[in-house]
Design a binder for this molecule. Structure first.
Ligand code: ZN
Length: 538
């Protein structure tokens, strides 16, 4: 008798029963509320947004009543509703890379796939800017009442190093494991945990799913097998499986890099493989050779997946064959996204991604951030210096996602001063938590995520004497739904910095000398730093 088998089966049955019971309980408590519901539908999913009328019916915004069976539910979330009565702003428009034009995002439930980190080192603030883009996008869509489902992958295997020296299969994670005298899995988990901590300190909301490449080997094997079956892939003379780039007629759709203009030897793809038929083909599965860590069995031999197939397999498995927005840094546009699209479309036999969205580069103190330049800035560096990480969030949002920015220490400390001044001001403007919709700010967010203009508008409101304190607070709190700077955080009574102490002493001196002009100038300098000075009348 297979005792273990029976035990496993009974455990699985009791797990399924407890999942069903918890779903039934959450259905019962969510009646009458607005929910986002994902139903299993054949191989894919159907996403619905509406009010849960009973445990089997949902009423959509247009009045349509949808019936479902609780067994079909793959995912359910109660959507927080706040008062949207005053909003008149239009649907979000974002800049689509392939068509080079603005595209309106109108779906009730918007599915977003974002290329995530390769976890072999800390993500620097330039990487963080891309993850912030997904966050701003999601918060803006929710501001208009749309629901969002996000997936972001964790690359813990398959991303080849650019510094290929001797070994033909140097994976970034394995390479770092050697440097840190650790195992690949330890390295991957360590940096994955630090990635999540960095996101949290920047108020970047976690994705709904974080699939890891090493957990998704099965879906990648299925994807590769499908590509072989459809003649979009082949087994090379070296035994590796390659994607046949020429099988994708529209290759170059996103980046404009058509195959006939790509010269052999162009160093855009790992060059160590000798078994390709065409120079622009790329590996889907590589044989392990002498590599022993992070390798798996496959129908084509023991090995490991290529990097590009990861996003294809995960996005198709978790989001299905219709994905609204794909987000990534501009450096991934080619070849990663071009290759990903070729694979995904070949499997789905349709155009899967509706909108390609790319975030621009970031320079730090005028230079590209790199290990060799020694100017890599991490979120943890800011925290170690006692700088509020949300000052970085503000400094980044003062630029639109698709303009290149030059981040400087000066822009970070200026943002920190603004943040402190705003939190002090909100504290002085009352304690209510009402939100007041400001159509201008709403429209700036909807107009290709124009956060700098929204921030400028806040600066104008701050100074506007015709707006009452309670209204100012409510408008700032509204903007903070997207900016997420914790503007209602009660200011800490902290020790003044030496700079502030010096300004205070200089001002006391100026007053003692009855130099009112200088005293006023110093007062506004202090105010810029977030310190309000009130003089007693004595
Ligand atoms: Zn990707």
């Amino acid at each position: 008798m297979d005792f273990h088998g029976d035990r496993a089966a009974s455990l699985a049955a009791s797990l399924a029963a407890s999942l069903a019971a918890s779903l039934a309980a959450s259905l019962a408590t969510s009646l009458g509320q607005r929910v986002s519901l994902r139903l299993r539908d054949g191989d894919g999913f159907r996403d619905l947004l509406g009010v849960l009328a009973s445990e089997k019916t949902l009423v959509r915004k247009n009045g349509e009543i949808v019936e479902f069976s609780p067994h079909e539910i793959a995912y359910m979330r109660v959507v927080p509703v706040f008062n949207r009565r005053d909003t008149t702003f239009d649907a979000l428009e974002i800049y689509e890379t392939a068509s080079k034009s603005l595209r309106k995002i109108e779906a009730d439930v918007v599915q977003i796939y974002s290329c995530g980190p390769t976890v072999y080192r800390d993500a620097h603030v330039g990487n963080m800017r891309t993850f912030l883009l997904t966050d701003i996008l999601r918060r803006s869509l929710r501001l208009r009442g749309q629901e969002v489902i996000t997936v972001s992958n964790i690359t813990d295997v398959g991303h080849m190093s650019e510094n290929i020296t001797e070994s033909p299969s140097v994976d970034k994670v394995l390479e770092e494991a050697v440097i840190e005298s650790s195992t690949a899995i330890e390295i991957a988990r360590k940096y994955e945990a630090r990635f999540h901590a960095d996101l949290a300190s920047l108020n970047i909301e976690p994705s709904d799913y974080y699939p890891r490449a090493s957990d998704e080997i099965d879906s990648m094997l299925t994807a590769i097998a499908t590509l072989l079956e459809k003649n979009s892939a082949y087994i090379g003379s070296d035994g590796n499986v390659y994607f046949d780039a020429r099988s994708c007629e529209s290759y170059g759709f996103i980046s404009g890099n058509k195959l006939d203009s790509l010269k052999p030897g162009h160093r855009y793809e790992y060059q160590g493989d000798g078994g390709k038929r065409f120079h622009a083909d790329w590996a889907l599965w590589k044989l392990s050779g002498s590599r022993e860590e992070m390798v798996w069995d496959s129908p084509w031999g023991r090995g490991f997946p290529g990097w590009h197939i990861e996003c294809t397999a995960m996005s198709l498995r978790l989001l299905g064959k219709k994905i609204d927005i794909h987000v990534g840094g501009i450096d991934l546009r080619f070849p990663h996204h071009e290759n990903e699209r070729a694979q995904t479309n070949a499997i789905a036999e349709s155009e899967v991604i509706d909108t390609w969205l790319h975030g621009e580069h970031l320079l730090f103190e005028g230079r590209k951030m790199s290990k060799s330049a020694g100017n890599v800035l991490l979120v943890s560096d800011l925290i170690a210096k006692g700088i509020d990480p949300l000052a970085l969030r503000l400094a980044l949002l003062e630029n639109r996602y698709r303009s290149q920015i030059d981040l400087t220490w000066q822009s970070i400390t200026a943002a920190e001063a603004t943040l402190r001044r705003w939190r002090n001001a909100l504290h002085q403007w009352g304690s209510r938590s009402d939100l007041k919709f400001d159509n201008q700010i709403g429209n700036f967010f909807m107009s290709d995520l124009d956060t700098p203009k929204a921030i400028l508008r806040l600066r104008a409101i701050e100074k506007d004497k015709s707006i009452g304190a309670a209204d100012k607070r409510a408008i700032f709190l509204f903007a903070d739904q997207v900016l997420a700077l914790e503007l209602d955080r009660v200011p800490e009574r902290e020790e003044n910095s030496p700079a502030v102490e010096a300004l205070l002493r200089a001002r006391a001196q100026a007053r003692a000398e009855s130099n009112w002009a200088e005293s006023d100038r110093l007062r506004s300098e202090l105010a810029e730093l977030g310190f309000t000075v009130s003089d007693s009348k004595s």
